[in-house]
Design a protein around this ligand. Structure first.
Ligand SMILES: NC(=O)C1=CN([C@@H]2O[C@H](COP(=O)(O)OP(=O)(O)OC[C@H]3O[C@@H](n4cnc5c(N)ncnc54)[C@H](O)[C@@H]3O)[C@@H](O)[C@H]2O)C=CC1
Ligand SMILES: O=C(O)C(=O)COP(=O)(O)O
Length: 618
């Protein structure tokens, strides 16, 4: 049989099925023809820059890759809000870009089922209805900015849709805008500007307050908050910060004191808000907390309108507890025209301009375009919001084990007798690595995929695997066993074992002595192998389909089964026999390229020495 090698130059991560196995955009360059009748096995080269496909006989996964490679269709990316040209250009290289700004929720819902990715800023609500209307096609939501409070993350995860954001490119812009609002508010710039333009000259009305020596409390000491702190120190302010999760070193490096919430609000002359809007931070500035502030405090909000109870702020402004406020963000954007808060004499407002500099918009557009294109290629984006981040080097190391994990899951579930009701799954990894160093999230997700997809119409990927398992009541347990290096060549995993306890099996021999269905596999030369079923050791490449037979250990069995398959034109790709004791029982694992007919399987079952058999699709 001719061996054909094919190379493709993408990051290996782009070709493995962790994110969207059904449609990786892979361009294959086959070195010779005949590939459709070939079997493709995927191997990552030692430099981790490419994958080698070794072609021998047909396989479903190989043909799937070929199918995608021959399709010219580019993924469609819907851009729902203004994005800089540099980001659009980057997207246009590999995707079909649809810029449709200002869509109503209904228009968005109508369009989304023809889109593979959606890019938004803060003005578009990506609600559960959007994911439902996408009918499974939407694979990535890109948020061209930081805050993802306008995206329903629970729904995204349930639908297996990856959400990525652009968390760094607008930090400075937001911090500069915070400082702009702080200084403008202290000196009544906006009010004085309007007054002069109205033909007035009110110098004594707009006497301001100085910043130097005043205490600024930065609430939320993350990227934006710390840049605001740095700049405020340059203005001669005394800066304190409150952030329950910020590392002390970050504050130390900027000579900023981290204080409790109570201390921050009680001592500050100015309070600048920089925390995300979450269930915990929603309305954390309210009647009660305003009352605990220093009388005449000034508040700046460049974070999210929802962290303030807006009605309470109006009351605090009216009774003088809060002297002034400068707001870039509102609970409802745009706010109602007659909003008392917006119209308040001592409130300075901007229309959510924090990230709106030319530089920041160019930066977020490029950051999000790269993340979306990467995600569409199957890469795990570094800025993923609802999926674990698996570093690229770990990913390429684990690539063959990812395939093994899915196949073992697929195999194990097919061995379960109908009506058993799977409740739990245990995955045991043996590895020469320290158990704590082995990141198994990807492998666990793929075992889930292998178990769930054959028995449901759920689409499982790294984003929704844990959710789907939980939803189906599948309890996952994992065990990592450290194995000494001998024979494992330093590979991250030596073997993966999938166990399904408390179920009946279609193939009694798959049940271990301990009473659970057990299949175990290893990767050899980049190819996943089944190495154990129940208590029987076997060695068969996990490709194509598999027939498992248990028979009395006697001569001639391989020949008998082989000739039945040959007479029906079913090609045997691998065969392995494992037995307990000589002359007792043996397990025969036979890899077949084609699916044998029912009659062929019956003929095998009728061989006298065969005690049980099962046909499994991989
Ligand atoms: N107005 C605008 O155009 C922009 C607004 N933003 C907003 O600013 C927020 C912050 O952005 P980054 O600094 O880039 O995010 P970040 O994630 O770097 O910082 C947020 C910080 O808030 C802290 N935090 C969380 N819960 C808190 C709580 N209950 N009390 C105090 N601190 C808490 C976190 O520990 C974190 O350090 C974003 O979530 C976004 O909503 C960001 C960019 C532009
Ligand atoms: O990045 C953020 O969180 C922002 O609030 C910026 O919003 P925008 O992209 O300008 O609508």
């Amino acid at each position: 049989m001719a061996i054909t090698k094919a190379f493709f130059s993408l990051n290996p991560a782009s070709c493995h099925p962790s994110l969207h196995p059904r449609s990786p955009t892979v361009h294959l360059h086959l070195a010779s023809s005949g590939a459709p009748s070939c079997h493709l096995s995927v191997r990552v080269t030692s430099d981790s820059k490419s994958m080698v496909l070794t072609a021998e006989k047909p396989s479903e996964s190989g043909l799937e890759v070929l199918h995608n490679a021959t399709s010219d269709s580019k993924p469609t990316v819907l851009i729902a809000e203004k994005l800089s040209e540099s980001g659009l250009e980057l997207l246009r290289n590999t995707t079909s870009v649809d810029c449709s700004y200002g869509l109503s929720p209904d228009q968005l819902a109508a369009k989304i089922s023809s889109c593979d990715a959606l890019i938004v800023r803060s003005g578009t609500k990506v609600s559960r209805e959007v994911f439902e209307a996408a009918k499974g096609r939407l694979r990535v939501v890109g948020r061209a900015g930081v805050g993802i409070d306008n995206v329903d993350l629970h729904a995204a995860t349930e639908f297996g849709c990856l959400v990525v954001n652009a968390p760094t490119a607008n930090t400075i812009a937001a911090a500069e805008h915070g400082i702009a609002l702080l200084t403008a508010m202290a000196r009544n710039v906006a009010q004085a500007d309007a007054s002069v333009k109205a033909g007035k000259w009110e110098r004594s009305k707009y006497v301001g307050v100085s910043l130097v020596g005043k205490t600024l409390a930065v609430m939320g000491f993350g990227k934006v908050g710390s840049e605001v702190a740095r700049r405020a120190k340059g203005l001669g302010m005394h800066v304190i910060a409150h952030d329950p999760y910020a590392p002390a070193e970050r504050a130390h490096a900027l000579s900023v004191e981290l204080v409790s919430f109570d201390d921050a609000i009680a001592t500050a002359d100015f309070i600048s808000l920089h925390m995300p809007l979450t269930a915990t931070t929603e309305k954390m500035f309210n009647d009660e907390t305003f009352a605990r502030m220093k009388k005449g405090v000034r508040i700046i909000n460049v974070a999210r309108g929802g962290v303030i109870d807006e009605d309470a702020l109006v009351r605090a402004l009216d009774n003088g507890q809060v002297a002034q406020a400068a707001l870039d963000v509102f609970v409802k954007e745009p706010p109602p025209k007659d909003s008392k808060l917006v119209q308040h004499e001592r409130v300075t407002v901007t229309p959510h301009l924090g990230a709106s500099t030319v530089e920041a918009q160019e930066g977020v557009a490029i950051e999000i375009a790269e993340a979306v294109v990467g995600a569409l290629n199957g890469e795990l984006a570094a800025t993923a919001v609802n999926a674990p981040m698996v570093p690229a080097e770990v990913l390429s190391e684990l690539a063959p084990y990812v395939i093994l994990a899915e196949k073992l899951g697929r195999l194990a579930v097919q061995l379960v007798a109908g009506g058993s009701g799977i409740k739990g799954v245990k995955v045991v990894y043996t590895s020469s690595q320290d158990p704590d160093d082995l990141d198994t999230r990807l492998l666990r997700a793929m075992v889930t995929k292998g178990i769930v997809e054959p028995i449901s119409d759920s689409f499982v990927n790294l984003v929704n695997a844990d959710f789907i398992a939980k939803q189906r009541g599948l309890h996952f347990a994992e065990e990592r066993i450290k194995q000494e290096l001998n024979g494992s060549n330093g590979s991250p995993v030596s073997s993966i074992q999938v166990q399904i306890p408390h179920v009946g099996s279609l193939f009694a021999s798959a049940v271990s002595d301990a009473g659970f269905i057990q299949v175990e596999g290893k990767v050899r030369d980049g190819i996943p192998h089944l190495t154990r079923i129940g208590s029987f050791a076997v060695d068969v490449s996990l490709e194509g389909n598999l027939i498992l037979c248990r028979q009395v250990d006697q001569p001639g069995m391989i020949g008998k089964v082989g000739s039945i398959l040959a007479s029906q034109n079913v090609n045997v790709s691998f065969m392995s026999v494992g037995r307990t004791y000589r002359g007792k029982q043996a397990i025969m694992a036979i890899g077949v390229d084609e699916e044998p007919s029912k009659e062929t399987l019956e003929k095998i079952g009728n061989i006298q020495a065969i005690e049980e058999f099962v046909f499994l699709k991989l």
